[in-house]
Design a protein around this ligand. Structure first.
Ligand SMILES: C[S@@+](CC[C@H](N)C(=O)[O-])C[C@H]1O[C@@H](n2cnc3c(N)ncnc32)[C@H](O)[C@@H]1O
Length: 341
């Protein structure tokens, strides 16, 4: 069972995995950031944390994973938390309150090399990427990610970015919409949904999550496969936040930011994300070109390091009982070893 450390009245308790709940204030309103970190112990083990090391959490969210990382660091160690969502950074700050050896950055982990060079850091000991959205983002209805409420279509993780779900739904061509919904949502009824969106928006601009969910519901036959709008909403969210296209390069860039022996842990929730991570790891590992019958390698192929687990690590039965989000989670770990193989 994954655990997390909780301090109450000076006592340090190791508790079964809990939802990380922290309150933060936005526009005078107290908001609650609720999120259960996925594959928590597996990530901590995978990062192989050195107490004096520098670690980057490129998707800090409410700092569920980061809190556990920082607990393992000495005061000489440093945690850098990146998130493109300012709400997440506020929640992370609350959750990391007992500590001072961290820096939070509002930014995109696709720019990890620039972010580190702005901080005058050359290489780090470990990087974690826990991709996708947080439960907080999905639950906070006014962020417009949810098909179960009636709010402005938004879905931006970074609220300073221009493109939102409003533009994707109202301005993309029928073909572009069908491609997005099919590719990122793996939705069999993508063409029909795209067609019906285009018919509906000719009459009236589609401005709310409910308007979109209603169109999708009318475009598909009933099925037991969850809410009819689930796949389309996921697809539009992935498009709005450009979650897949830069990932392959981000993984290679992250590996390039590691010191020798440093580890990269990536948790994915979508088959296209997992494929990008797997392919980037294979590229970074390099390929021996020696004839198969040679007893040892003589080709000296260039490698950036080793793939620690060929098969992705998935959540245990126990974790699945407490966190349904962990169902599709896959963890892949890479270790930097800069030597000619
Ligand atoms: C699954 S949550 C991470 C939760 C976190 N590990 C925890 O335990 O609290 C993903 C977070 O990454 C952020 N995020 C997603 N893509 C990002 C990107 N390209 N750059 C920076 N942050 C990103 C989201 O805004 C969200 O807060």
């Amino acid at each position: 069972m994954p655990t997390s450390t909780i301090r109450i009245n000076g006592f340090v308790l190791e508790m079964p995995c809990k939802t990380i709940i922290c309150n933060f204030i936005k526009r005078g309103v107290v908001l609650e950031f609720k999120h259960i970190p996925v594959l928590l112990n597996e990530c901590i083990e995978g990062l192989n944390i050195k107490p004096d090391g520098i670690y980057v959490d490129g998707t800090i969210g409410g700092a569920g994973h980061s809190r556990k990382i920082i607990e393992k660091l000495s005061p000489k160690g440093l945690l850098i938390g990146i998130d493109r969502d300012n709400d997440a950074l506020k929640a992370a700050e609350q959750n990391l309150k007992p500590y001072t050896n961290y820096k939070l950055v509002h930014g995109n982990h696709d720019d990890i090399q620039d972010i580190l060079s702005e901080l005058n850091i050359d290489k780090v000991d470990g990087i974690l990427l826990d991709l996708g959205v947080s439960s907080y983002q999905l639950d906070e209805k006014e962020r417009g990610f949810s098909y179960t409420s009636d709010n402005i279509l938004d879905m931006r993780m970074d609220q300073t970015q221009k493109l939102s779900a409003l533009e994707v739904v109202n301005e993309y061509s029928e073909q572009e919409l069908a491609n997005v919904i099919y590719q990122y949502g793996e939705e069999r009824f993508a063409k029909k949904i795209a067609k019906n969106i285009c018919i509906a928006r000719k009459k009236e601009k589609i401005t709310t999550t409910k308007m979109l969910a209603d169109i999708i519901e009318k475009s598909k036959p009933y099925s037991k496969d969850g809410h009819p709008a689930k796949r389309t909403f996921q697809a539009i969210r992935i498009e709005v936040n450009n979650e897949i296209k830069p990932l392959y390069d981000t993984i290679l860039n992250s590996i390039n930011c590691l010191k020798t022996g440093g580890r990269l842990c990536v948790i994915t929730f979508h088959s296209l994300e997992d494929r990008a991570v797997k392919e980037a790891y294979i590229e970074a590992h390099g390929k021996c070109t020696c004839p198969k019958d040679l007893p040892y390698c003589i080709c000296n192929y260039k490698t950036l390091g080793n793939i620690i687990n060929r098969k992705p690590i998935e959540a245990s039965e126990e974790e699945l009982k407490t966190n349904s989000r962990a169902k599709s989670a896959k963890l892949r770990i890479f270790e930097r070893r800069e030597k000619e193989s």
